[in-house]
Design a protein around this ligand. Structure first.
Ligand code: SF4
Ligand code: SF4
Length: 76
């Protein structure tokens, strides 16, 4: 759990977003169900509409596989 919490950051800059690690994503859909902004979709692969994402990081917290992380754009 501490590992997952460490992926949360204080997102204040416009150049920050949620990054998906597709090698760890199990396509369980947990993040889709908790996203209040309804910007995560699970089709051929998981997708986050970062233009509409409000950076609440609920998805980062609930992902049981640690596949989501808050990152700065220059590190993607
Ligand atoms: S909660 Fe994690 S493992 Fe499940 S679909 Fe979302 S990113 Fe993938
Ligand atoms: S950070 Fe919040 S708004 Fe953005 S995709 Fe995750 S749960 Fe949805």
């Amino acid at each position: 759990m501490n590992l997952l919490k460490n992926k949360r950051k204080n997102l204040t800059k416009k150049n920050q977003r949620i990054k998906i690690d597709f090698s760890n994503c199990d396509r369980c859909g947990t993040c889709v169900s908790v996203c209040g902004a309804d910007v995560i979709t699970l089709a051929a692969q998981l997708h986050i509409d970062n233009k509409k994402c409000v950076l609440c990081q609920k998805c980062v917290t609930v992902c049981p596989f640690g596949a989501l992380a808050a990152v700065e754009e220059e590190f993607i």
